[in-house]
Design a protein around this ligand. Structure first.
Ligand code: SAJ
Length: 413
């Protein structure tokens, strides 16, 4: 039975997974190329914010079950949890996956299980298996009488956790497990069975890869539908939030919420992997991406229109993260909107983002300032609500009375 796990990539998925496994009694070796992250984790600290992750990492490190470095070590199970971004031309960038896979190759031994958790284009898990045997002719990836004692198992088990509730979802979510063959699937299912309470759904690697891309594309297409409704409603002078609330009373209608655009590293990325793999067959998915990517620019235009009424407009932008109650600013439509507003010099921008202490470099500009929510609103002519953080519920509505409010989330409705 597997005792030692090596987790490559200690980001939003890898670090919670590594510390959870350590707390569950596995000996865990974590690997990351980011030296600062490695140093911090070894001190029992965290370099990213996720509720309760700091407590879990501290416990894992203090117990001696989790230690991390820049290089992999021999283990029973290897988990690859590295980013799979897309390139400028919307084609998948598998360089991190390849780098991670090649980094474990020298440490592999017969009987090992390699699991790819990164969301990946269809065919990536099979590619990893091929890279392994190309680099190590003493190992095999298929089952036969004379390869049985040199066998390594390779599977895909896509992560499906929601930022903000990762620790609970890592344990409770159902998991799709697809090996490059049925033995690999079985090995991976036996491993996940030791720490996941959700169902383990067995399939092959390609279907598992496609399932993850499908889940995120489903959400993207549905958000695009909501965003498109917001355009139509603006045009027809109808309150989109009321409209959706009413339509959702139908027992078979469940419309999602419009927003300032779709951010994060998953929903706005993964549909492109399907579009790239089957462009002729994925017209709806492609169009949804275009609709959602159009939204930040649309919001900027609405603000610029209103700001035109003031001589020296001041705009309070509430929230910068890509969604509510997290500090993650990467691929955030709110950041894109504020950058765009400052480029166009629409006015002075007061930012209220209670989850950060300093503005990202791209926003460290003369006419952009980070301040408390109350101060940002008080000084402003226009209040632009970009993120529906819970803490914004405390805003004194009297402060908004004299202001032009542009609410991209239906927060004040
Ligand atoms: N958004 C809207 N309207 C909505 C819902 C979301 O505009 O009604 C926006 C959010 O504000 C955000 C973006 O979409 O900018 C994405 O947020 P999200 O909450 O939909 O998803 P993520 O990116 O945090 O996590 C998703 C999840 N996938 C699905 O719900 C199908 C999560 O389970 C995955 O593990 C994660 O992607 C991932 O890592 O792939």
């Amino acid at each position: 039975m597997a005792k030692k796990v090596c987790v490559v990539g200690l980001g939003y998925i890898g670090l919670p997974t590594a510390s959870l496994l350590a707390v569950k009694g596995f000996q865990v070796h974590g690997v990351d190329v980011n030296e600062r992250a490695v140093e911090m984790i070894n001190r029992g600290e965290v370099h990213i914010y996720e509720p309760d992750l700091d407590i879990m990492v501290k416990a894992a490190v203090q117990s001696g079950q989790l230690q991390v470095s820049g290089e992999p070590e021999e283990a029973d199970v290897f988990i690859l949890a590295v980013p799979t971004p897309f390139r400028q031309d919307h084609k998948p960038d598998l360089s991190y996956v390849k780098q991670a896979a090649m980094s474990i190759v020298p440490y592999l031994q017969p009987g090992n299980l390699v699991v790819l958790e990164s969301t990946s284009p269809v065919g990536t898990t099979e590619k990893i298996a091929e890279w392994i045997v190309e680099a190590r002719d003493d190992l095999s990836i298929s089952e036969s009488l004379h390869t049985a004692c040199s066998r390594v198992y390779v599977a895909h088990c896509p992560e499906r956790v929601m930022p903000g509730q990762i620790l609970r979802e890592l344990v409770e979510n159902d998991r799709i497990i697809g090996g490059i063959d049925s033995q690999s699937t079985k090995q991976a299912a036996a491993f996940y069975n030791r720490f996941v309470s959700g169902k383990l759904l067995e399939t092959n690697a390609r279907t598992a890869e496609m399932a993850k891309l499908t889940e995120n594309s489903f959400r993207d297409v549905n958000i695009a539908f909501a965003n498109e409704l917001s355009f139509i409603c603006d045009h027809l002078n109808i309150n989109v939030w009321e409209l959706i609330r009413l339509a959702n009373h139908h027992p078979r209608v469940q419309i999602l919420q419009p927003g300032p655009g779709v951010g994060g590293h998953c929903i706005a990325v993964d549909p492109w992997f399907l579009v790239d793999a089957a462009p002729e067959q994925s017209k709806l998915i492609h169009t949804a991406r275009i609709v959602n990517d159009f939204k930040p620019g649309y919001v900027v235009d609405r603000v610029a229109e209103r700001a035109g009424r003031f001589k020296e407009p001041i705009i309070a932008c509430l929230g910068l993260s890509f969604k509510a109650n997290i500090d993650d600013l990467r691929e955030s439509p709110s950041v894109e909107i504020v950058e765009h507003l400052s480029r166009l010099q629409v006015g002075r921008v007061n930012i209220a983002e209670p989850h950060i202490q300093v503005l990202p470099e791209s926003l460290q500009l003369e006419h952009v300032a980070l301040m408390t929510t109350e101060e940002a609103i008080r000084q402003s002519d226009i209040v632009l609500l970009l993120v529906n953080h819970d803490v914004f519920q405390d805003i004194d509505r009297n402060l908004l009375k004299e202001k032009i409010v542009i609410d991209t989330r239906g927060f004040f409705n």
